[in-house]
Write a protein that binds this ligand. Structure first.
Ligand code: HEC
Length: 157
């Protein structure tokens, strides 16, 4: 029992110490996805949907919930954002080649149709981020339309 007490105290001390450290926040004010929006021309509804359901993990600007101030939740959120941005960053759309943009659009369609995105952990905590069938349909239509533009712009091999 004495050992168990020591271990519990150790865990509590580590948790307290962790509160003094938090990952660097992913914040960039202003119109950080302007180029993506201009280029892919989503409807106002889709634009709003990306903001509520995707940008927290796939852009340079995350709207952090209050519980991000608590470690280790802050680390957990931080790693989702880092991982999400690595795969797809709407704020850096201009840095992708036409082939990559076309491929990412294909992936976006796949992810939302299969209900893999937004992540379940996220929709659980942000109920308004869950996509309706109608919204998925809108994304699919927008992907089709936008991919045609990118495919026309592709260089012949
Ligand atoms: C809570 C964070 C989070 C949210 C919100 C989120 N994603 Fe993701 N997304 C991730 C992570 C983490 C990965 C990488 C690991 C994986 O595939 O599970 C990812 C991967 C992806 C990929 C795969 C890219 C590739 O290279 O294969 C696509 C596409 C994607 N997300 C689209 C979306 C879209 C569209 C939305 C909004 C409808 C969205 N995500 C919302 C965290 C998120």
């Amino acid at each position: 029992m004495k050992l168990l007490k020591k271990i519990s105290l150790g865990v509590v001390l580590v948790l307290i110490a962790m509160q003094f450290y938090s990952p660097t926040k992913n914040i960039s004010p202003g119109n950080h996805t302007q180029i993506f929006i201009k280029e892919t021309n989503p409807s106002p509804q889709l634009k709003a949907l990306f903001e509520t359901s995707c940008y927290d993990c796939h852009s340079n600007n995350t709207a952090y919930p209050w519980y991000n101030n608590i470690a280790p939740i802050s680390y957990w959120i931080g790693s989702h954002v880092k991982e999400g941005k690595k795969h797809l960053n709407f704020s850096e759309w201009q840095t992708y080649s036409i082939d990559k943009k076309d491929h990412l659009l294909e992936e976006i369609e796949e992810m939302v149709v299969q209900e893999d995105m937004p992540l379940t952990e996220y929709t659980y905590l942000h109920s308004n981020s869950k996509l309706t069938d109608e919204e998925v349909g809108e994304i699919v239509a927008w992907v089709k339309q936008t991919r045609i533009i990118y495919q026309l712009g592709k260089q012949p091999k």
